[in-house]
Design a protein around this ligand. Sequence first.
Ligand SMILES: CC(=O)SCCNC(=O)CCNC(=O)[C@H](O)C(C)(C)COP(=O)(O)OP(=O)(O)OC[C@H]1O[C@@H](n2cnc3c(N)ncnc32)[C@H](O)[C@@H]1OP(=O)(O)O
Ligand SMILES: O=CC(=O)O
Ligand SMILES: [Mg+2]
Length: 543
Amino acid sequence: MSLFTEPHAVATAPKYRTPERVKITGTYSPEFAEILTPSALAFVAELHRRFDQTRRQLLARREERQQELEAGVLPDFLMGTRLIREKPWTVAPLPEDLLDRRVEITGPVERKMIINAMNSGAKVFMADLEDSNSPTWSNVVEGQRNLRDAVRRTISLATPQKEYKLNEKTAVLMVRPRGWHLLEKHMLVDGEPVSGSLFDFGLYFFHNAHELCSRGTAPYFYLPKIESYLEARLWNDVFGFAQWSLKMPKCTIKATVLIETLPAAFELNEILWELREHSAGLNCGRWDYIFSYIKRLGLKPDFRLPNRAEVTMSVPFMAAYSQLVIQTCHRRGVHAMGGMAAQIPIKNDLEANEAALEKVRLDKVREARNGHDGTWVAHPGLVPVALAVFDELMPQPNQIENKRDDLHVSAADLVKAPEGSISEEGLKLNIDVAVQYIESWLRGNGCVPIYNLMEDAATAEISRAQVWQWLNTPGTTLQDGRPVTVELYRSLVPGQLEKIKALVGEEAFEQGRYKEAARLFDHLVTSKKFIEFLTVPAYDQLT
Ligand SMILES: CC(=O)SCCNC(=O)CCNC(=O)[C@H](O)C(C)(C)COP(=O)(O)OP(=O)(O)OC[C@H]1O[C@@H](n2cnc3c(N)ncnc32)[C@H](O)[C@@H]1OP(=O)(O)O
Ligand SMILES: O=CC(=O)O
Ligand SMILES: [Mg+2]
């Protein structure tokens, strides 16, 4: 020990100043302390104390409903809410800056991405703390700092290649907090971790709600992975309390609910009704929806899905659900947003790039013709493609007046599975893509291009859910007649890991977390009981 480091002189790491019975276990930085102020933490703690018990009850209700499904009950429209479905009513009027949402870009809350997305020419930017964000402590708190600066238009970034700052005209900002199932383990209230949803929502709202309103917009949200109208009611209660406690007018917050679970598709009217003072419509979160279809219908051979690539928007259950979303939203006077095509621009291959853009274009044509009021894109290079389609097919700000009374979607239509095949290639691709994605997520990157497609938590969930379904559903065979067994699946894993190693290089493979990702994947697909979300066990491994 040197003369200058007497034990009593050793500096202790600075700590967050926190309200009583609130603890932050994540690392400290002066920049993070600007977000994790005592008053902001007190606000999140209050949300936790008021709403966390209901959140947990609603998660338990998901479990109970799953048991009913497993016992053979098929999902159906609810008896008790018939009048909400049948009576004429509409949601509260929409704010001016949410009337035209023809193209919305999405992306994680990383500084450069936010600037690029806001400058992209899209009408809206959905800043994502969910599917495309790996919720490391640093990503979620840094993300809040970036959002704070974006709201105030001070966000900038200097890199050796380029200086980034906002253009004069930028996209309207919406924020997607984490879903109800995720926790933020670095914030403890009365010794319990807080909900990731309330943490993300609470910090964004606390720091930005007044500022947004002073700039002629408001706090706008996307609400992910909702499974029932009661979960929408919980959000509505959170909004009411948040507005009241920051002395803001009622109805200031607006939110679009992602319809991305099978049970939610049976409660569209009810979800809009619950949020009618705060509703900015619904959106078709197609990737999580496919995942949810597998998860909820599980091991029934009639609902076994073919290779992931064959489950497109035109298969029966996907077409039916998007049509019902459009019809319901328009009847209630609000937008029905489309979803995300998986293709992204391809560098250094003109022909492949053109083919990818054409696939995106056709997807947007289908959406606009069906009656969607706008769509999502994953990349700035796709904004002009989607804009051109919607400008041509929807010259007015939205097509809410297109009521689609011609459509008649039944409960049976919503679960009708497609024909198709399961191949060894399909099985291998699911292993390959899911392992690559989980590895990236564990390193803190929640959205990656893999084989020229956008992969995020929702798409990776499909891959692992499919392998689980094929391994566990009695009688599942490959198209060549071989049964899909754990032995067969495990015999394919080493080859896929070798393929990944060849792709990323030996050094990156050894330094990465591929083996850990493969172990987690194996656990997910061989578990007898379906594990609700891959991000829940993965979060325990996130450092
Ligand atoms: C199922 C769902 O939930 S969908 C919603 C969630 N998913 C998403 O939001 C997808 C977001 N998209 C992305 O993260 C990326 O586009 C990826 C990972 C798919 C592709 O990333 P990359 O291959 O790195 O993109 P690429 O190299 O072509 O990027 C080119 C430029 O566009 C920018 N860019 C790419 N995607 C986005 C985006 N979504 N928003 C803003 N900027 C973006 C990059 O930052 C880069 O900027 P630069 O030229 O200033 O350096
Ligand atoms: O969140 C969107 C989806 O497709 O999932
Ligand atoms: Mg999703």
